[in-house]
Design a binder for this molecule. Structure first.
Ligand code: HPA
Length: 273
């Protein structure tokens, strides 16, 4: 279990590199979407591997570093790559970076991911605005002694994905002419893709998209009072709906294909957050 001192040590190390710079918005970029980090002006890079207590991101398509700087007039911390439970980390470790950036001052979060579509009427390449999420089959990242500095032991999750940011995303998508789905993201721990039976169950439970990330970070972000915008790129049809063999390569390739319009939407939202 980490203590507040551990998070402070990590934050202090980062401060020793970025100096007076204070990030306002944290961007966590999913598989194949890390290129948004390359748009940061006057970037300062901090490799996860160099930060005390940090875990490396080993997933393909994840560079494993922070980029601090400005995009569209905003002070940002970009995570090029994130930690996943399937890499062998605890849920607490998966949420560690987010809490560290919260200590650096960020009060807002844009989180993106690649996800499988549970909805047969949706298409590969569609973007889904996350309205809510489900996590039944994994621990909470906040299990264990509560760290009061990050928020209360028990807290409300009824509007985790900040309503006014969801409205903003819808307006921006409309003005850019980018179709935007909206729905519920369901967390599965992976690393294997789900079985068709699991996807049928998820569908009955009310899921619209499936993925292996985002929920741990969002849970920790809600506790520490961050405003949250979540966007999924649907890189494949989920198991049983898909007629092809699911693969990590497909996820990354579809992420790259969508990079133009996906980044446009993220940046337009960022500008007004
Ligand atoms: N399932 C889980 N995670 C994913 C998927 C999927 O179908 N696609 C991209 N990430």
């Amino acid at each position: 279990m980490f203590r507040i001192e551990d998070y402070r040590k990590s934050a202090d190390y980062i401060k020793s590199i970025i100096g007076e710079f204070t990030p306002d918005i944290l961007l966590i970029l999913g598989s194949g979407l890390g290129f948004i980090g390359d748009l940061v002006e006057n970037p300062v890079f901090v490799d996860y591997g160099s930060i005390p207590n940090f875990k490396k991101s080993t997933a393909p398509g994840h560079a494993g570093r922070f980029v601090f700087g400005r995009i569209r007039g905003k002070n940002v911390a970009v995570m090029q790559g994130r930690m996943h439970y399937y890499e062998g980390y605890s849920m607490e470790e998966v949420a560690y970076a987010l809490r560290t950036v919260r200590l650096l001052g960020a009060g807002k979060l844009i989180v993106t991911n690649a996800a499988g579509s549970v909805r047969p009427d949706w298409k590969i390449g569609d973007i889904m605005l996350i309205s809510d999420h489900m996590r039944f089959f994994a621990d909470s990242p906040l299990r264990g002694e509560n760290i009061e500095e990050f928020g209360p032991r028990f807290f409300d999750m009824s509007s985790a994905y900040t309503p006014k940011l969801r409205e903003l995303a819808k307006e921006k998508a409309e003005s850019l002419g980018i179709p935007l789905r909206e729905g519920v993201y369901m967390y599965f721990a992976g690393p294997q893709f789900e079985t068709p039976a699991e996807i049928r169950a998820a569908s009955i439970l009310g899921a619209d998209a499936i993925g292996m990330s985002t929920v741990p970070e969002v849970t920790a972000a809600v506790q520490c009072g961050m405003e949250i915008l979540g966007l999924s790129l649907l890189t494949n049809m989920a198991a049983g709906i898909s007629t092809t063999v699911l693969s990590g390569e497909e996820v990354i390739a579809e992420g790259q294909k969508a990079s133009g319009y996906f980044s446009k939407l993220v940046l337009e939202c960022l500008e007004e957050m």
